[in-house]
Ligand binder design. Sequence first.
Ligand SMILES: [Ca+2]
Length: 265
Amino acid sequence: MRNIKSVLLFATLLLFTGLSCSSDDDTPEEPNNGNGSSGNNDELLWSDEFDGNGTINTNFWNFETGGGGWGNQEVQIYSSSSDNVYKDDGVLKIKVIKEADGSYTSGRITTQNKIDFKYGRVDIRAKLPSVAGTWPALWMLGDNFSSVGWPHCGEIDIMEQFEDKSYVAATCHWNNNGNTASYGESVNLSTPTDFHIYSLVWAEGSVKVLLDDVQFYTISTNTTMPFDADFFFIFNVAMGGTNGGTIDPNFTTDVMEVDYVRVYQ
Ligand SMILES: [Ca+2]
C-alpha cells in the first residue's frame, strides 16, 4: 500500500544489493511452517467463506476506522458501518460510498491479534471495484507491527490495484539497514470486472504470488528480512491518494467483493 514509485526505484537498487528475484519454482526441501501442519499446503488451516448475510465475523476480523490520509493522502474515511462492510449472500462486500456531504466512506478490516500464521498458501477469490479513484488491496503485515512499526514488521501485498484497472500488483516491503526496501511486480488482468483468485505461496526462502494459479511474482527472502514470522490480513478499499489516481467526478459507489479467503499449510 505504499507508493509504487518507490517500489520501482527500489527494484533498481535491488540490482546493487545482491537481493534477487528468481523464477524457479522449487519448494523448500524441509518445509518448516512452525504450525504443525504438513508444510505441503494441502491442509486447510483457516478460512472465512463469508457465508450468509449481514455483519462479518468479529472473532476473525477487526475494523480499522478513521480518515486522515493513512500515510498516502487517501481521501476515504474508514467506517465500521454495515453500509460499508457486510456479507451479501456468501460474499464480503467492502463498499465505498460518496456521502451527501461529498466525503467518501469505505472499509478496512484486519485479522490482527485474531488470525495470524507463518508460511503456507493463501487463496482469495475476489472481484475488484472498477470506478476511477478506487485503490483496493488484499495484503498482510507482520504481527510485530505494533511494536516495531513499518517497514520493520514486513508487508506482503497479495493484490493491489492502482489507477490502471487492467493490472494488479504484488509487492513486498521491509527494512534494509534502515532504509525502506520494496520489490513489486504487476500482471495484466484481462477481465478486471470478473472474480479472480489471488494466491500467495509463502515458504522459508521465498514469497510467490499467483493470479488464477499462474505465478507472476517471486522474491527470494533471507533471515535479514522479516518474512519468517507470523503475519495477519488486511482487506481495504482506499480512494484517491498517491496510488488511487483521480477520482471519477461522477463517482457514487463501488465495491470490492471477496467470496472467500483460505489458508493452507
Ligand atoms: Ca463465499
